[in-house]
Ligand binder design. Sequence first.
Ligand SMILES: C[S@@+](CC[C@H](N)C(=O)[O-])C[C@H]1O[C@@H](n2cnc3c(N)ncnc32)[C@H](O)[C@@H]1O
Length: 216
Amino acid sequence: MIRRYRIRYYDLFSHVYDTFIAMHSKDLQQKARNFLIETISPKPGDTVVDICTGTGSLLPLYAKKVGEKGRVIGVDFSPGMLRVAQKKTRSLPNVSLIQADVAYLPIRSEIAEAVSCSHAFYELKGHTANACLREIRRVLKNGHAFFMMEHEIPKNRIIRWLYYLRLLSMGSDRMKEILQDEMYRFRMIFESTNKLVSASRKSKIIIGKKLLRSEI
Ligand SMILES: C[S@@+](CC[C@H](N)C(=O)[O-])C[C@H]1O[C@@H](n2cnc3c(N)ncnc32)[C@H](O)[C@@H]1O
C-alpha cells in the first residue's frame, strides 16, 4: 500500500523533477554526477547498472563511457520517472530501462562491472535496503563494486534540518543507523567497504566491493 503511494508520488514528481533539481542545486548536481562518474570510471565494453535511476540523468553519461560494445541498464519502480528517462536515452542503443523494485532486480547474475545509486539509497526502508544490496552483489562480477552516492550532512543549518527530515521520513531507526554507522549495512554484504568525500564536501560515495575469490 505504502509502496503504491510512493510510486504515485514519484510519478507526480517526475513531471518537475529535473527542473526542481536544476533550481535547487544549480551546478552542484552536475559536479556530484562528475564525482560519481570519475570514481566509477567505466571502461569501453563495461556493463553499468544504475538503480533508482529516476529521470535517468546518469545514463547518457555512462553510455558515452562504455561505448557501443558496453551496456547501461537503468532500474526504477516509477513509470513516470522512466518515461522521462526514456526521452533522454531513446537515441542510445546501449541503454535499456527496467521497471522494477530494487529489492528484486530482474537482471542476470554476475554481468555488471559497476552498479550505482545516486541520491536514493537512504530512501529505501531497512528490509528493502538489505534485499537491494544482496541483489546488487548478485548482479556484480567478482572484483567489482557498488557505488552509492548521497549528500554529506549539509553545513547550512536550514538545509541540514531538511536533510534530517528526509532521513526521518524513512523512520527513526533508519535515521539513527545512517547518522551513527552509515557503513553498517554495506559491511554486512560486501567484503570490502570504503567511503570517499568530494572536494566540496557536499557529496559522498560509499563503495562496496565484491572481492575476487583470490582476494578473500
Ligand atoms: C530522489 S530520486 C533519485 C533519482 C536519480 N537517481 C537522481 O540522482 O536524480 C529517487 C528515485 O528512486 C526511485 N525508487 C525509490 N524506491 C525505489 C524502489 N524500492 N525500487 C525502485 N525504485 C525506487 C524513485 O522512483 C525515484 O525515481
